[in-house]
Design a protein around this ligand. Structure first.
Ligand code: UD1
Length: 422
């Protein structure tokens, strides 16, 4: 079993180039199976989740190989519309392959995703959106068996909630449907814009991505494409928070600051100086952070649920009281007991966490309960006095590319060790 061991109290300083976005790479890897062409996806991060997506692609008959920071997918001869349970379980977002397989084969069989560590991940919105495009679904012994008896057809799909995954699955099917599709109350996340840009580059005509109404004209013919995956906005915020809690100064390159609009004011309210220049973001943190008042996680352009845990670490060491309201996932405060072990003063009432900042956290043995919670615990370890050991780091490896290496480039004292004990 591997752990990350962090010796805290070192001020982070330096510059980093940001990894490509996991949340954009995964649907685009699925989209590469739809086109029947060769896709070269540059800046595709090397992560447990992207590796799992490549295994799914190979299982369904695509070629998927890494070439430096790119992944090359050839999808001219897919052969398999079934994904075994073991492969589905390797990655929480594997449901995105539902739309891809239906689009390509007109049928798909895969296991329904179970609940996960941050709460239930229902797919009712995905299924009802796909039903509008002609998809029929039966559930048999935990397996979803989907088919398209009369072909995929365009439709107007109104989502009751702007679900990122449901918007992506709808796009994946709509690009091969007959006729135009309009998605109302679509998710506005930048990763939706990236998926739309990929499909547009391949020959589809998707308009309105990034707004709540997205119109899809299917592609007449798909073409091969070389496409750069957008920078990871959640990792950008994570590195900025690591600098913030260590009174550090960092410059992030290829940071796509336009997508950081929901989080940069948070750093400013905490007393950091933030400068944006072209594609770079520079942050200079004060000796002690200030509390930030009320933070409520919301769909984009609101405050991202994926940054809530790291933002809470900042609040934990700031002066004053901050309040977090988690509105997206019902079980997303699992980092709180771990932060309490490190000396944080946090109380949770249902979806509300009240954080009273303390001058200093102390190192402890803590457990990564999910990807973003794990990254936040590492951040807490950087701020703490003494040594912190973070276990269950396989969660961190799902989404943070060479995390300890990148943090050590900024001066952090962090190493990965192999141990027999948890
Ligand atoms: C969510 C985040 C996304 C983040 C990703 C990875 C939001 C809105 N979405 O995307 O930004 O990158 O996690 O952590 O912040 N829901 C249903 N039925 C469905 C689908 C979703 O009830 O069919 C509910 C979920 O229970 C949850 C919310 O909608 O409360 C999450 O929405 P969704 O955007 O679909 O989740 P992800 O696609 O996983």
């Amino acid at each position: 079993m591997e752990k990350l061991v962090i010796e805290g109290g070192v001020r982070l300083e330096g510059e980093l180039e940001l990894q490509g976005s996991k949340n954009s790479a995964l649907p685009i890897l699925a989209a590469a199976a739809v086109t029947g062409e060769t896709s070269i996806l540059k800046h595709c991060p090397q992560l447990r989740d992207t590796d799992a997506a490549m295994r799914i692609l190979r299982h369904v008959g695509c070629e998927a190989e890494r070439a430096g920071n790119a992944v090359i997918v050839r999808s001219d001869a897919p052969k398999q519309w079934e994904i075994p349970d073991a492969l589905m379980r390797e990655m929480r977002s594997s449901i995105i392959f539902l739309g891809a397989l239906l689009s390509r084969f007109g049928r798909a069989e895969l296991s329904a995703p179970g609940g996960c560590d941050i709460g239930l991940r229902p797919i009712d919105l995905h299924l009802s959106a796909l039903a509008s495009l002609g998809v029929r679904t039966e559930e048999r012994c935990g397996r979803l068996c989907c088919s398209v008896p009369n072909g995929l057809h365009g439709a107007t799909v109104t989502l009751p909630f702007p679900s990122v995954g449901a918007t992506e699955n709808t796009l994946l099917c709509a690009v091969r449907a007959k006729g135009e599709t309009v998605i109302r109350n679509a998710a506005r996340e930048p990763e939706i814009c990236d998926l739309a840009a990929f499909f547009n580059g391949c020959g589809a005509k998707i308009r309105g991505a990034g707004t709540d109404t997205v119109t899809v004209e299917p592609a007449e013919r798909f073409r091969a494409l070389e496409f750069p995956i957008m920078p990871d906005r959640i990792m950008a915020a994570t590195f900025l928070s690591a600098a913030a809690v260590t009174a550090g100064t960092v410059c992030l390159h290829r940071a796509a600051p336009q997508y950081l609009v929901p989080v940069l004011p948070y750093f400013e309210q905490a007393g950091c100086v933030v400068r944006v220049q072209d594609d770079d973001v520079l942050l200079h943190a004060p000796h002690r952070l200030q509390s930030t008042g009320l933070v409520r996680t919301m769909p984009y352009p609101g405050f991202p649920t994926d940054f809530q845990a790291s933002a809470m670490v900042m609040a934990a060491v700031s002066q004053g009281t901050s309040v977090f309201v988690e509105t997206i996932f019902e079980n997303r405060f699992r980092h709180v007991p771990e932060l309490q072990r490190m000396g944080a003063h946090i109380t949770v009432h249902n979806s509300v966490a009240v954080v009273e900042g303390v001058p200093q956290l102390c190192g402890a043995c803590v457990r990564a309960t999910d990807l973003r919670a794990g990254a936040a615990l590492v951040t807490a370890g950087l701020a703490a006095q003494g040594v912190t050991q973070v276990s269950c780091i396989e969660h961190i490896d799902r989404g943070c590319e060479r995390f300890e290496h990148n943090l050590s480039l900024l001066g952090a004292r962090i190493e990965r060790i192999e141990t027999d004990t948890e």
